[in-house]
Design a protein around this ligand. Structure first.
Ligand SMILES: Nc1ncnc2c1ncn2[C@@H]1O[C@H](COP(=O)(O)OP(=O)(O)OP(=O)(O)O)[C@@H](O)[C@H]1O
Length: 478
């Protein structure tokens, strides 16, 4: 088979000399008009008529210089004089596209309740037209209630799909993960590539993936990443309390951030000001929490905290001995590679990816590895124990660019496993705060706001976090 084909054709009604290289996927043309595109980078898909091929392109403009340029949708129509030429070009271009292994059948989960209830319009205006231009067969499901996405994927025939894409906030993606992990065939099921198109409030995962590739976080770039079909592996955090297991992709947070996130709900009428307003309130009346935590430090962080001497021995420890073999009794003495810290804490947070939400770079060191993958087998633990109130305000204002982690008040430790026993609010009758996992409250202390009857876990007993390295697969823009 020829590597490069050439032909005089009409492109958008202009007579040009076109060439296509099947090895590089480069199509270029010169003559009355000129232009070029690289199939892998610039093409959604093709459609064909009797003597025409239409290229559905999605290209950066020629003058694009920095990372915030938008790709433009454009259809390029090639007219051939002879059926034989048309067939040859169609086969060459189609074979080249097929060789990229792009997804052909996708399950789309749209949460109409995400963010400002705009996920449906994001789907209609951005996602669907791009997927259709790529020739992808779409199965569309709208989530109807909380955990619906989890229910759906638990019983789904996964062989019908090349991936599951959530048009939502991070919550639906996490529900899908937990649904897959609850299946009997979870070891196979969890290999299903997952996509996320940002349409929620937080969008930390979409931002982390796109930002790592130098792309703006928006629905069209996220959809194109799915269409191109590149995937990367992603660490999953397994969070355990007794018999309860929750799989997390983004973060666990306790203290200041969880308090603001959850208690500011009652100020929703303030719109986007609600978080700023409640943050100020919480700084003025700063809370400190009692509590204990232990962790297995990643290399380079062994000197942080204090040696662990069994302060957090729990039933969970015995049960998870396999994962946590570093904690053991030897000749009646405690030996451990684990480290230990105790309260008072203003905030404790564990991050899997850098961006906690679209405008909050919580863990700038949760970097991708050489292959641009978030699968280093570590979580980034961020601790704030004490801090003057004005400094805290300043810290929070610099969180957008990640500079806050340079503060001497923040401890930043990469960990391979983590255990937390959250305690009560110091100087208050309220017995505790909230444990927030991926944006959902999973446990709250007695006296904390809200009805905790449906919370997954209890506040107080230890919560164990281990890392399932690179277990999940996500569509990736790189
Ligand atoms: N039809 C529905 N009605 C109400 N809630 C729903 C519906 N479908 C899904 N949900 C729930 O909506 C919650 C938020 O979903 P998602 O993460 O997509 O949006 P979000 O705007 O980022 O969320 P949040 O405002 O909680 O950060 C999830 O807990 C999910 O279970």
């Amino acid at each position: 088979m020829e590597e490069t084909i050439q032909e005089e054709v009409l492109i958008d009604n202009l007579r040009v000399k076109a060439s296509f290289s099947s090895s590089s996927g480069l199509l270029k043309w010169t003559g009355q008009g000129n232009g070029s595109l690289i199939l892998e980078k610039d093409l959604l898909g093709i459609s064909t008529g009797p003597l025409t091929i239409t290229l559905h392109a999605f290209q950066l403009p020629n003058n694009a210089c920095c990372g915030d340029s938008q790709r433009l949708r454009r259809d390029i129509v090639i007219d051939f004089d002879l059926p034989a030429s048309h067939n040859l070009w169609h086969n060459e271009i189609q074979n080249c596209l097929n060789s990229y292994g792009r997804p052909k059948r996708l399950l789309l989960l749209v949460n109409p309740f995400s963010g400002k209830k705009g996920a449906q319009s994001v789907y209609k205006a951005v996602v669907e037209p791009l997927l259709k231009a790529a020739g992808i067969h779409i199965t569309l499901r709208e989530t109807k209630f909380q955990r619906h996405a989890e229910e759906l994927v638990k019983s789904l025939n996964l062989t019908q799909f090349d991936g599951i894409v959530c048009v939502s906030g991070d919550g639906i993606l996490v529900e899908v993960l937990n649904g897959l992990m609850k299946r009997e065939d979870w070891e196979q099921a969890i290999k299903t590539p997952l996509g996320i198109v940002p349409a929620g409030t937080g969008n930390g995962m979409a931002k982390s993936l796109l930002d790592a590739a130098g792309e703006p976080c928006d629905a069209s770039n996220a959809t194109f990443a799915v269409i191109r079909g590149h995937t990367q592996s992603l660490d999953v955090a397994k969070v355990v309390q007794g018999n309860v297991i929750f799989h997390s992709l983004l973060l666990l947070t306790w203290g200041f951030i969880a308090d603001v996130d959850i208690e500011s709900e009652k100020f929703r009428w303030l719109g986007s000001l609600r978080l700023d307003f409640y943050t100020l309130l919480r700084i003025m009346w700063l809370r400190h929490y009692d509590g204990k935590l232990a962790y297995l430090p990643a290399p380079g962080y062994e000197e942080t905290g204090r040696p662990y001497t069994g302060e957090l021995h729990s039933e969970a420890e015995v049960k998870s001995e396999g994962n946590h073999s570093d904690i053991r009794h030897k000749n009646g003495k405690y030996t451990s590679d684990w480290r230990y810290m105790d309260g008072a804490f203003i905030m404790v947070s564990l991050q899997n990816v850098p961006w906690a939400s679209q405008d909050f770079l919580a863990a700038p060191f949760a970097k991708v590895n050489l292959f641009c993958q978030f699968s280093d087998g570590c979580l980034d633990m961020i601790i704030l124990r004490d801090c003057p109130q004005w400094t805290l305000l300043n810290l929070l204002m610099t969180m957008q660019n990640g500079n806050s982690v340079k503060s001497k008040y923040l401890e930043y430790v990469k960990v391979k496993a983590f255990r937390l026993s959250p305690g009560g609010r110091i100087g208050s009758d309220v017995q505790g705060g909230y444990i927030d996992l991926d944006g959902e409250v999973v446990a709250r202390g007695v006296g904390a706001e809200g009805d905790g009857s449906k919370d997954l876990m209890l506040y107080g007993p230890t919560i164990d976090v281990s890392i399932l390295r690179g277990l999940a697969t996500v569509f990736s823009p790189v």
